[in-house]
Design a protein around this ligand. Structure first.
Ligand code: ARG
Ligand code: ZN
Length: 894
């Protein structure tokens, strides 16, 4: 067991069933920000399946007042932060245990357990926050029935919420009142929640397919009610979608969402009482961008879908976190795609998801924090809410979906619920259900091998080699796989890798695929690579084809194939697979970028060959492609993505090359950008649907390109036009895009625009976050960003205590602006180390996220490498670091 101040690694292999069960919990809270009193009455019993043991309850920063067993006082001892009861009655009779503690919510800056945000009480219990509320078996495999009574001053805390149904409420003496809630479902402690404060709710009554009535509520602070319509619509769509796609209905009379502006993560799926970061609830056209609207929909969906995948079936232990997170991310991705509707909009969503995977998860898998989707050990579980657990976990579920088919996946989900509803289970249980429901599928055939996706870390590389025999009209494709060593895993066994593919003729048309020995042909096919190397032969191939491999990004791997430029241009112009069409453009852009980065010559103005620029123009001007898709194709790969392709990273060189490429596109396509702005720049009455969002995105990119070109030519007419668009915009997307264009191009008008923006939105915290983030994320001109960030830290609106604000300024600079952060004078690194230490004293979870920003230091070129290592070592040298930050910096230093 992990104890306070003691960084012991927890091992998955050490899992043991609990020695005691907790059947019921009856909690009474006297809520007071300075001192909240918690009476916890539990009915517990010994787990007859394990040898008799003392009861060891987890606690953290609690003041213990009293312990009673079956109504009488009892002896107990403390072991670290655990409360140990050694003399409990023997036998298997239930025992009544009563524990009385107090805690100090207004001092709780970690935002784990019970805390106060802007005068309202909130809780965050996942993973181990419940032990900061009361002593408990704070582990997900101990599930109990909860009754909760909340008592508080009625004026200050008029709304009192907890999980389940309100069964009683009323007034008490001294201006206080109470509410009693009973949750009809048993649950692990991490799904407990309470909220108490001044809130108002948007309400909606719905009828499920089964004819049951439900009340949906979205609670916010009084001024924010008009910003909740989109969240409520998203919730209604989520309910309908889960019924339609998976036959999963809402199992509660009342489903509540509550928003808080102080939250460590995005949102939390507490049973019937989801608590959200305001960022993922509040949206109005004047304060939220299209991306914000899409994020609200996807996070509302994600938390709602957890009600089945996470809450009804939960995790046996935290090593199984991806059981609920990978599956639920897969579900929210599918939800967003189904909501988007058209095949093109689906492809756009897929590309966006893959972009996140490749720019954030691939580096994680190649760095010091690499871990399997089901990790084997951790020191601080909060450090394992990672893109590997979430996004790679979702890819692993997606591969299962593709190997068993859409219908087969639905059958697998059915079997999973039939077997495990109400249980705390493992990742293995999920795959087993999928395979058992689909016995003839390649998943069932290769089940044990497929499970390596859960146990082996690292991103596999698939290398493709092809040979065309004109005389025999055969095409031979050999795929081989490998995976680099990661910490603690030197040798990797082959994975099961589904490779969806097609072949294009030289004119770009789709060629029929007929595997040797098959009688029929298809236009697309999934090859299942299971060995280190495998060969497939296609017959009746009439011409030397261009292979379109890993369509739709059918597996989370790096694909290597020796495409020549002409082949990639063919794919970019014609591939019927939208993903690979986009991917061809990205491959070309990365290829030219790497050539320029690795050359010794000064960065040229024409990094991109004319043929590629023309191909991009053809996409931009294409008569039928959607604007959102065009915008993705025209967007250059990020500096972070380019850096990942290199063994030695010179961030300034990468930045200079990418800036040069961007300017080249801005200048050589100037007339086309002007056309795009003209064509897509006015979307009329605001609706955040994918088609009009796509138009705004492309118009925003066009405006930025025009402003960048203008900055160089000295003709600032576009800056004036951008300022006009900024002033006149009817929605936040157009307004913020125009502001960004001015800021990123270094226009004179950026300053007055920023000032005006702040004045307009000074009472909108989520917009002020954007204002900070934009300035911290802008292009460095002579090292001016860091001083600006330091100055902004002194702004009256800045606070390190609010995670959203800390992320908007500090993270935007340290983790998302490599060109400004990696300074030859190391001042960026010094700033980073100071902020990590400063944050660690306030909120270790947020601090450790910032600490992750230096994960890839060992790939840096000199002088960055040495300076970065020194900065990390300075953090590591602090004696009283949190376990959170200690684990990250220790791993980083290797
Ligand atoms: N389960 C939440 C989700 O939906 C995330 C909670 C993470 N909390 C934490 N303290 N690490 O993804
Ligand atoms: Zn989740």
């Amino acid at each position: 067991m992990l104890r306070e101040g003691q960084a012991t690694a927890i091992q998955r292999a050490d899992y043991q069933a609990p020695a005691w069960w907790i059947d019921t919990v009856d909690l009474t809270f006297d809520l007071d920000p300075a001192k909240t009193r918690v009476l916890n009455k539990m009915r517990i019993r010994r787990n007859a399946d394990v040898p008799a043991q003392a009861l060891r309850l987890d606690g953290d920063e609690l003041n213990l007042a009293r312990v009673m067993v079956n109504g009488a006082g009892t002896s107990f001892k403390m072991d670290g932060s655990q409360l140990v009861l050694e003399n409990l009655p023997e036998g298997n009779e239930p025992v009544e245990l009563e524990i009385f503690t107090t805690c100090t919510p207004d001092k709780n800056t970690k935002l784990m357990g019970l805390y106060v945000s802007e005068g309202t009480f909130f809780t965050q219990c996942e993973s181990e926050g419940f032990r900061r509320i009361t002593y408990f078996l704070d582990r997900p495999d101990v599930m109990a029935m909860y009754t909760v009574t909340l008592r508080a001053n009625k004026d200050a805390f008029p709304v009192l919420l907890s999980n389940g149904n309100l069964v009683d409420s009323g007034d008490l003496e001294d201006g206080r009142h109470f509410a009693k809630w009973v949750d009809p479902h048993k649950k692990p402690s991490y799904l407990f929640a309470l909220v108490a404060g001044k809130l108002v709710a948007r309400e909606q009554k719905i009828k499920s397919r089964a004819g049951k009535d439900h009340l949906l509520q979205v609670f916010v602070r009084p001024g924010d009610l008009e910003k909740t319509e989109h969240a409520m619509n998203s919730l209604m769509h989520s309910v309908a979608w889960d019924e339609a796609r998976f036959g999963l209905s809402l199992d509660l009379d009342r489903f509540m969402i509550v928003a808080t502006s102080d939250f460590n993560m995005g949102a939390m799926e507490n049973k019937g009482l989801n608590i959200f970061n305001t960022k993922y609830v509040l949206a109005s056209q004047s304060t939220a961008t299209d991306v914000d609207f899409a994020n609200v929909e996807s996070v509302v969906g994600h938390e709602y879908f957890h009600n089945w995948t996470g809450n009804r079936i939960t995790c046996r232990d935290w090593f199984q976190l991806s059981l609920k997170e990978g599956l639920t991310v897969f579900r929210d991705q599918e939800f967003s795609m189904d909501m988007a509707g058209t095949p093109s909009a689906r492809a756009v969503k897929r590309i966006e998801d893959v972009r996140v995977l490749r720019t954030v998860q691939f580096p994680e898998d190649a760095g010091p924090m690499a871990h399997p989707v089901r990790p084997d050990s951790y020191i601080e579980i909060n450090n394992f809410y990672t893109v590997t657990i979430y996004e790679k976990g979702a890819e692993v579920v997606r591969m299962q979906h593709n190997l068993v088919g859409r219908e087969g996946f639905a059958k697998g989900m059915k079997l999973y619920f039939a077997r495990h509803d109400g249980q705390a289970v493992t990742c293995d249980d999920f795959v087993q259900a999928m395979a058992d429901a689909n016995p003839a599928s390649p998943l069932a055939q290769h089940l044990e091998q497929f499970k390596r996706w859960y146990s082996q870390a690292g991103t596999p590389t698939v290398k493709a080699v092809a040979q065309y025999d004109a005389a025999a009209q055969t095409y031979t494709l050999t795929l081989s796989q490998s995976c680099a060593a990661t910490a603690g895993q030197v040798e990797k066994q082959p994975f099961v890798i589904p490779v969806e593919m097609g072949l294009l003729g030289q004119d770009g048309s789709a060629l029929p695929l007929q595997l040797q020995g098959d009688s029929a042909s298809t236009l697309s096919k999934t090859l299942v690579l299971t060995q280190a190397e495998q060969t497939w032969v296609f017959s009746n191939v009439a011409q030397s084809p261009v292979p379109s491999l890993l369509r739709g990004f059918s597996a989370p791997v790096v694909l290597q194939y020796d495409f020549n430029d002409a082949e990639l241009l063919t794919q970019l112009a014609h591939d019927s697979d939208s993903f690979n069409r986009w991917e061809a453009g990205q491959r070309l852009a990365v290829r030219y970028a790497l050539q320029a980065i690795q050359s010794d010559a000064p960065v040229a103005a024409n990094v991109l060959p004319a043929a590629f620029v023309h191909a991009l123009r053809d996409v931009l001007r294409h008569p039928t492609l959607d604007a959102a898709y065009k915008d993705l194709v025209l967007a250059l790969p990020s500096e972070a993505y380019m850096a990942e392709q290199l063994d030695v990273v010179d961030p300034q060189r990468i930045h200079a090359v990418r800036e040069s490429m961007r300017l080249q596109l801005a200048q050589s396509l100037q007339a086309d950008w002007a056309w795009a702005l003209e064509t897509y720049g006015d979307t009329g009455a605001y609706r955040p649907d994918p088609v009009s969002s796509g138009k705004r995105a492309l118009a925003g990119s066009a405006l930025l390109m025009l402003c960048l070109a203008a900055q160089v030519s000295g003709d600032t007419v576009w800056h004036g036009k951008a300022y006009q668009r900024f002033k006149d915009a009817g929605n936040m997307t157009d307004r913020f895009n125009a502001l960004s264009a001015l800021v990123h191009s270094g226009a004179e008008l950026a300053k007055p625009a920023l000032e005006r923006f702040h004045t307009l939105f000074k009472n909108e915290p989520l917009v002020i976050d954007k204002w900070f983030a934009l300035q911290a994320g802008t292009c460095d001109r002579g090292g001016n960003v860091l001083p600006a960030v330091k100055q902004l830290m002194k702004h009256p609106d800045f606070s390190l205590k609010n995670p959203n604000r800390a992320r908007s300024l500090i993270f935007s600079y340290c983790s998302a602006n490599p060109g400004a952060f990696h300074r030859a004078d190391a001042a960026g690194y010094v700033f980073w180390s100071e902020r990590v230490l400063e944050l660690d004293a306030i909120n270790p979870q947020v601090a450790s996220r910032l600490a992750r920003g230096m994960d890839r230091w060992s790939k840096l070129a000199q002088p960055y490498r040495t300076a970065a290592r020194e900065a990390i070592a300075r953090v590591a040298a602090k004696p009283d670091l949190s376990n959170d930050v200690r684990e990250i910096v220790t791993r980083a230093l290797g």
